[in-house]
Design a protein around this ligand. Structure first.
Ligand code: MRU
Length: 364
């Protein structure tokens, strides 16, 4: 993301320290959070200082580097295992978290010399982050082909620069279309309870000069009935049959879009697919604290932070962080290798495997 003419990645590593754009402060403040060790990096993921599937993945990859740097030859195996478990336990739904950690662990597994591991592990994590950023750029290039001059696009949650190492998934086609000179307009679902839409997507679009309006979550059908060209969202995990887990509320939008004949696109890199989940039913759904529903927070115009309760103290809340949109509602999945149909055959083709078992084999 470009802030005051300087380009930032959402997450990066410098001299053993993980640096993260602190997403809990946006749009109020742009601040870089530093994390000195893997425990702090895990906490930053859990507390959503960094969030969005690809960004979480890259942060965790760097977290493994921090664990390797802190380990010594007497405790190495056990220490790294503990770090892997700690990082994997942060957010259960985002597949990229696991893809990224496994990618870095791959070079550690078969190497016995700690000195050698210390010398290669950073490059491995950096390679993962670069690949992830490249995939998002490609998604933007393919996805922009779907966007015509004058299109109105609705998006849910934040699947932009901030959700990824760079570019974004669902917003990458929008940024590419804008760079191609297309006039576009974006409806941004506010995305309660964490408000990734109003806090983060709106901020990004404003920084990028993309015309947009934030709409309440329950206004989707109203605006779709008046004319939306397409919906574009990201994904946290995609099952082998094309069912997609994404931010809570995505499912509802997909049903409404179908009612109005509006194409519903999902943009995601291959690191988000999980062929070991045969359908969306196998995807673990993260349940977060009910306080996220019970309280709202924000900043007054003079910069004072406050947090207020918006439901009775005696009432309890439910707070599932994601839902699963069945593949029948999805027009296409935009990946770094092109736009595919959300079905088993197309997904197996994408990974160049004949069946799911083969994919698992390739992974190991
Ligand atoms: O809970 P979050 O903010 O991490 O959820 C993020 C989403 O649901 C995004 O749509 C998804 O990770 C795709 S991001 C490119």
């Amino acid at each position: 993301v470009k802030v005051k003419n300087k380009h930032y990645r959402t997450v990066w590593m410098e001299k053993g320290v993980v640096k993260l754009i602190n997403q809990t402060l946006i749009p109020h403040k742009f601040e870089i959070k530093t994390s000195a060790n893997y425990q702090e990096t895990a906490k930053a993921i859990k507390d959503m200082i960094v969030r969005g599937a690809p960004a979480i993945g890259a942060a965790a990859a760097y977290g493994i580097v921090q664990a390797v740097n802190a380990a010594n030859s007497s405790n190495f195996g056990e220490y790294i295992k503990q770090a892997e478990i700690c990082l994997k336990n942060t957010r259960p739904t985002a597949k990229d978290l696991f893809t990224a950690i496994d990618y870095v662990m791959e070079v550690i597994k078969d190497e016995t010399s700690l000195e050698k591991i210390k010398s290669i592990v950073f490059n491995r994590a950096e390679e993962y982050a670069n690949k992830s950023a490249d995939a998002c750029k490609k998604i933007g290039e393919y996805g922009a082909e779907l966007i015509k001059d004058g299109d109105i696009i609705e998006t849910h949650c934040n699947a932009g620069w901030l959700a990824c190492v760079d570019w974004g998934t669902a917003l990458s086609p929008i940024y590419h279309a804008k760079q191609q000179g297309k006039q576009i307009f974006v409806y941004v679902d506010e995305t309660r309870p964490r408000c990734q839409g109003s806090n983060l997507t709106a901020w990004e679009l404003a920084e990028e000069g993309v015309p947009h309006r934030v709409i309440p979550d329950n206004a989707g059908a109203y605006y779709m009935s008046k004319g939306v060209s397409m919906m574009m969202v990201g994904a946290d995990r995609i099952a082998a049959n094309g069912d997609v887990a994404n931010k809570i509320g995505t499912y509802e939008k997909a049903i409404v879009a179908k009612e109005f004949g509006i194409p519903f696109y999902v943009a995601a890199p291959m690191s988000t697919f999980d062929l070991s989940c045969l359908s969306g039913k196998d995807i673990p759904i993260e349940e977060r604290s009910e306080d996220e529903v019970a309280y709202v927070h924000g900043w007054s115009d003079n910069g004072n932070f406050s947090r207020v309760r918006i439901m009775p103290v005696k009432s309890r809340a439910c707070n599932p962080s994601f839902d699963v949109t069945p593949s029948k509602y999805i027009a296409g999945i935009i990946t770094e290798k092109g736009i595919i149909k959300p079905d088993n055959e197309s997904i197996l083709n994408l990974f160049a495997v004949n069946n799911v078992a083969e994919f698992e084999g390739v992974k190991k």
